[in-house]
Design a protein around this ligand. Structure first.
Ligand code: UTP
Length: 504
């Protein structure tokens, strides 16, 4: 470990010597911890990080003044659709996706390094359960979907196949996530095919470019954003691991979308058949002021423009078909070839520009007393996973139905959107629709048939509670076998045991 003298000299070079101002009064344990935290910070990079943060903060807020003139919607030939278009083409995409999965060429990669501050639980978001009858957590739902897709691809092609699961974590989420997976026996996945790795952390910085001390013995550090993926892939030789396993295509997704279709064969097949190196699923923006980033072209290159960067006039513009001109809402669900990821990690990552988030960062005052700020006092710098789209040689977008594929868990139930309640409703409404489509009928506790409402408003509970295990069906497939023409009392859980019993 570096000595205090070394660390002090490095910090002086970075203009951050104040981080050691309480060092002399610390007991040996906390002092060693502080030096261990500071030791690896490379002085030039630290100085540059702090300078960039202060500089970015000094820029006037709002969109770059000339953005509107440089903005175009994605050209239609770059956009496919899961629901529009002819079923035969969709079937060909699906077939190709399953073929690639059966050849073990597809991996999924979960971005799970976020702190989930808005949800406000003291553990990783993937461990959260939104109150389904089965009480499954987000991690469990995802693990079971992976197992089911492996099974479906295997059945089609008469093989046993594997979809490796890469999980990017951070200092906050690695320990508890690894422990949780162990406690749950990796949800019956082979632990050798679940690869967890850690993203880097960066210091939070004051508006005048000084790294912040959270405690006398600890710097306020935050993960470097989900675009920290590219450094983390290189740090932990993840692309080499993929190469060893023969993985060519990677489906990257966020931890908090309860409806996420992992290794979605239709999306993968679409991207592969179009020869794409980079792709993104999108949903139609619900209304002009909806706070989601939109995929468009800036100076001809694909880019996600954040809602704060899109002027209200641009957000309201209409296309000839009456829909919003900038309608392609980004849902953090991406396709990359391994070759593209290699180009990014080897050559392009340093040119990604970090984004600035102004936050309330707990810190110590000049006397070392803890302070919980009431107004934002610090800057966190983050890179975003989608910032690499600009480098794609053949970028495609794939439009999917929101009610089938996107319901993120961002906030606690006190908020009015993206909460545990909205996520639970979205999943239960989907399963209810699938069950009706497969010919099921539902009864209340007195045996009276409940009304059948195939299209439900998204902010209400379905008339019957029906939860379907991903191990039985993960896209709504094959349910007629168990449900056709049958009556079930609500609440109804179709798990593997129940499915077996219904078959006999
Ligand atoms: P969000 O931007 O929603 O952030 O992350 P968050 O950390 O989950 O929640 P808040 O903003 O603190 O409330 C979108 C996705 O990116 C991942 C998250 O885990 C989530 O899957 N992420 C975010 C990372 O993997 N690393 C990060 O540094 C930030």
């Amino acid at each position: 470990m570096a000595s205090e003298r070394d660390v002090r000299a490095r910090l002086r070079r970075a203009g951050q010597e104040h981080l050691l101002r309480f060092c002399a009064e610390l007991a040996p344990g906390p002092r060693a911890a502080l030096l261990a935290e500071l030791g690896p910070l490379e002085p030039d990079a630290l100085r540059e990080h702090c300078r960039r943060a202060a500089e970015a903060c000094a820029r006037p807020p709002g969109p770059p003044p000339d953005l509107a003139a440089r903005l175009r919607p994605l050209p239609p030939e770059r956009v496919g659709s899961a629901s529009r278009g002819d079923p035969e083409t969709r079937r060909l995409w699906e077939e190709e996706g399953f073929r690639q999965i059966a050849l073990n060429k597809v991996a999924v990669l979960l971005l799970a390094g976020g702190q989930g501050t808005r949800l406000g639980v003291p553990y990783p978001k993937g461990m959260y359960q939104v109150g389904l009858p089965s009480q499954k957590t987000l991690y469990q739902l995802q693990a079971e979907r992976i197992r089911r897709v492996e099974q479906l691809a295997g059945q089609r092609h008469g093989t046993r196949c594997t979809i490796p699961w890469y999980i990017m974590t951070s200092e906050f989420t690695l320990g508890p996530t690894a422990q949780f997976f162990k406690e749950h026996d990796f949800f019956q996945l082979d632990p050798g095919n679940v690869v967890m790795f850690e993203q880097r952390m960066l210091p939070a910085v004051t508006f005048d470019g000084k790294a912040i001390l959270e405690r006398k013995d600890k710097v306020a550090m935050a993960p470097d954003g989900n675009g920290g993926l590219y450094c983390a892939l290189a740090d932990h030789q993840i692309l080499e691991d993929m190469e060893r396993r023969g993985v060519d295509f990677v489906h990257v997704y966020c931890v908090d979308n309860i409806l996420v279709r992992l290794a979605d064969p239709v999306f993968i097949g679409f991207c592969v058949l179009r020869g794409a190196d980079c792709g993104a699923k999108v949903v139609e923006k619900a209304r002009p002021e909806e706070p989601v980033g939109v995929l468009c072209q800036v100076d001809g290159a694909p880019q996600v423009v954040e809602y704060s960067e899109l002027s209200p006039e641009a957000a309201r513009r209409r296309a000839p078909d009456g829909g919003l001109l900038f309608r392609a809402g980004n849902i953090c669900n991406h396709f990359f070839t391994r070759g593209f990821l290699r180009r990014v990690t080897r050559e392009l990552e340093p040119s990604l520009r970090p984004h600035v988030a102004v936050k309330k960062v707990p810190h110590v005052d000049e006397e070392g007393h803890p302070v919980k700020p009431l107004t934002p006092n610090g800057i966190k710098m983050e890179k975003f996973v989608f910032d690499v789209f600009q480098f794609a040689k053949n970028f495609v977008a794939f439009e999917v139905l929101r009610e089938e594929e996107f319901s993120p868990l961002k906030n606690a139930d006190s908020a009015d959107r993206d909460t545990p309640t909205t996520a639970r409703r979205a999943l239960l409404a989907q399963h209810y629709r699938w069950a009706l489509r497969a010919g099921a009928h539902f009864l209340d506790t007195r045996g009276t048939r409940l009304p059948e409402l195939p299209s439900l408003p998204c902010d209400s509970d379905p008339p019957a509670i029906c939860e379907i295990s991903p191990l039985v069906s993960c896209f709504g497939e094959g349910l007629e076998l168990y449900l056709q023409g049958r009556e079930f009392q609500s609440p109804f859980v179709l798990d593997e045991d129940r499915a077996r019993a219904l078959q006999t």
